[in-house]
Design a protein around this ligand. Structure first.
Ligand SMILES: Cc1ncc(COP(=O)(O)O)c(C=O)c1O
Length: 416
């Protein structure tokens, strides 16, 4: 499917300063997620909505200690600085766990994965160019490409990830995306991880058609089953530009992420980044580096993985128990999300309204992840299993099940 990002039909150039905005900014429409945000953040809700790490697992004390170690040596970390070489070296070591062999010179530090995506979009995408994304995808990619007013090509996905046959057909039909954006592990929102065969085929396609892949690995270190599959960049270091993040494995508040790219691109990225901020917060880089230097990440990650695994299992078991048989869902091997599909004819936005009003439970409706006509995603919902403890997950799923099962059993009050 092909389309440009939906302009806001009501947004004519206004008088005054608004009339001076660049074309893309004048036609910008608020994202679907932002529109339902007030509903999702009502106090007192059992919320499966936002993809937040569990607050009680954030390494607050370790951060305080690491900050102290950094500032004990003097106030220089509060000065302007160059990207912290030690942190880059540590990231090179971490990348080995994803099967990626890279050098410090290929690591570019960013203010979170989101900035990484935005910089890569500016690097690769011409104004009005094409970009290929999955039909249901993390909405941050749309935000990242929006200033280039791109033509969005949407590719379907299934339980093994992006549909490579559909992508190939699109390329054969003449599509020339500036890049394909993929989330191979712990997909947000679909909760799937790409099979090895898919990864290899996708990398082959990228090479054959000379289309870069932007690999968003925000959840790649958060996997729950033993067999880790290699990052795409491990399969093709030339055509895959890797985006990583400390947000989900350490804390989103430090705002540190990274790109692994060919060295020649790193210097251009650095010029681009200087246009909007001069550096990733210098103290955050050093504090994170001190935390890694103390060897604290493996233990922290093991704890987070074990807890999220237990929460995932609790959610899956509760859904099995409480949801009608007509409801299906993905079984995530990584990440934070389960994607639930309701029976045909149901509308997840309507279900959300009832869930919030009648059961004080929130989730994100599938349509919020689609740039265009949501199609089947209109009857899907994304549930985050990471942010609440097991008892609250069980309670929340039981309430949702009551809503779903009750309606389906009685058949009198339609869900939508
Ligand atoms: C798939 C995906 N990519 C990127 C991001 C942004 O991550 P960061 O906090 O590192 O900017 C998120 C945040 O939820 C995400 O889900």
């Amino acid at each position: 499917m092909t389309d440009t990002l939906a302009p806001n039909p009501g947004a004519a150039p206004g008088p005054g300063i608004e009339g001076s905005l660049a074309g893309w900014a004048r036609t910008i429409a608020p994202s679907a997620l932002r529109e339902i945000l007030p509903m999702l953040t009502r106090p007192g809700l059992l919320s499966f909505a936002l993809g937040m790490p569990a607050a009680e697992l954030l390494p607050g004390e370790a951060y305080v200690q690491a900050t102290r170690r950094v500032l004990d040596g003097g106030a220089l970390p509060l000065q302007y600085g160059v990207p912290h070489a030690a942190l880059k070296r540590q990231i090179v070591e971490m990348m080995a766990e994803r099967g990626v062999d890279c050098t410090e010179e290929q690591v570019f530090l960013t203010t979170g994965a989101q900035q990484g995506m935005s910089l890569l979009a500016r690097l690769l995408l011409e104004q009005g160019g094409q970009v290929a994304v999955e039909a249901a995808v993390y909405d941050g990619i749309h935000a990242a490409v929006r200033p280039q007013s791109p033509q969005i090509l949407t590719v379907p996905s299934d339980a093994e990830g992006i549909d490579v046959d559909a992508l190939e057909a699109m390329l054969e039909a003449g599509a020339r995306p500036a890049f394909v954006y993929v989330i191979p592990d712990g997909h947000n929102p679909l909760g799937v991880s790409m099979s090895l065969e898919r990864r290899v085929r996708l990398a082959e396609l990228a090479r054959r058609w000379e289309v870069p892949l932007v690999e968003d690995d925000a959840y790649g270190f958060l996997r729950y089953d033993d067999a880790a599959l290699p990052a795409l960049r491990a399969i093709d270091p030339e055509w895959v530009l890797y985006v990583g993040s400390f947000s989900k494995i350490f804390a989103p508040g430090v705002r540190v992420g990274w790109i692994v790219a060919p060295q020649a691109l790193v210097s251009i990225l650095s010029i681009l980044k200087h246009g909007s901020d001069l550096d990733v917060t210098t103290t955050a880089q050093r504090t994170l580096s001190a935390f890694l230097d103390a060897g604290a990440l493996p233990e922290h990650l093991a704890r987070v993985r074990a807890e999220y695994r237990a929460r995932r299992d609790a959610m899956l078991a509760a859904m099995e128990h409480c949801f009608p048989k007509s409801v299906s869902w993905t079984v995530p091997q990584a990440g934070m999300f389960v994607w639930v599909t309701l029976p045909p004819g149901k509308d997840a936005v309507e279900l959300l309204r009832r869930a919030v009003d009648e059961e004080q439970v929130a989730f994100v409706p599938g349509a919020a992840f689609c740039a265009h006509d949501p199609g089947q995603a209109a009857r899907c919902m994304r549930l985050c299993f990471a942010s609440m403890p097991v008892e609250r997950i069980e309670e929340g799923i039981a309430r949702l099940g009551r809503l779903l099962g009750g309606t389906i059993r009685i058949g009198a009050v339609p869900l939508v």
